[in-house]
Design a protein around this ligand. Structure first.
Ligand SMILES: [Cu+2]
Length: 202
């Protein structure tokens, strides 16, 4: 009876030990396996992300290269055409800036008018220019407002021709006009009938 009990106890102990061992072993093995799988997944994920970013970077480089190539092609073709334009411009066009002013107090008195013995109410009253010149029409009269309006005035009947018109220039204001066709351009002030001038474009 005592022996039987001892054998039973031994069997129980062995079985318990074995169970504990197998549980431990399985747990360890399983845990290790999971860790390994998790590591594998992490490494694959990192590989995927690195592939993604390298693909993105390749795409970006390819796009940049294509873009640069396109720009280079565009600018080389536009350089060619713009150098053609600028060389012909250089031949045909000067870029001199010429300024016409208004005479001080020319709005109050006809004394500046050439028929009245003056030097003209614009200064210079007759301007010579070339096609392409930059002509600045400036109201330099500190006492009044004036215009530079292309056309003629007969007495008080103005005939604007539409070539240029500064509109009313306040004192200190200016307007820019570049003639593209040679010819004689009379102009007047729409406020003061005695104020006339001429631009001759060669
Ligand atoms: Cu005027």
């Amino acid at each position: 009876m005592r022996l039987l009990f001892a054998v039973l106890a031994l069997v129980l102990i062995c079985s318990a030990t074995t169970t504990v061992y197998f549980t431990y072993y399985t747990a360890t093995f399983y845990t290790t396996d999971v860790f390994q799988l998790e590591n594998k997944v992490a490494s694959l994920e990192s590989e995927i992300s690195s592939l993604k970013s390298s693909t993105a970077s390749d795409l970006k480089n390819a796009y940049d290269d294509g873009y640069s190539a396109g720009i280079a092609e565009q600018s080389s073709s536009s350089n060619t055409s713009s150098s053609k334009i600028s060389s012909s411009n250089t031949d045909a066009v000067s870029t001199i800036t010429r300024t016409i002013g208004t005479v001080e107090k020319s709005g109050y008195s006809t004394d500046c008018a050439v028929p009245m013995g003056g030097d003209g109410c614009y200064t210079p009253v007759n301007l010579s220019a070339n096609v392409g010149d930059k002509i600045i029409m400036a109201n330099t009269d500190s006492t009044g407002i004036h215009s530079f309006t292309s056309g003629t005035v007969d007495g008080f009947a103005p005939s604007p021709d539409g070539t240029f018109d500064t509109g009313i220039l306040m004192s200190g204001d200016s307007f820019e006009w570049t003639p593209t066709v040679s010819g004689e351009y009379p102009y007047y002030c729409m406020l003061h009938a005695w104020q006339v001038g001429t631009i001759t474009v060669n």
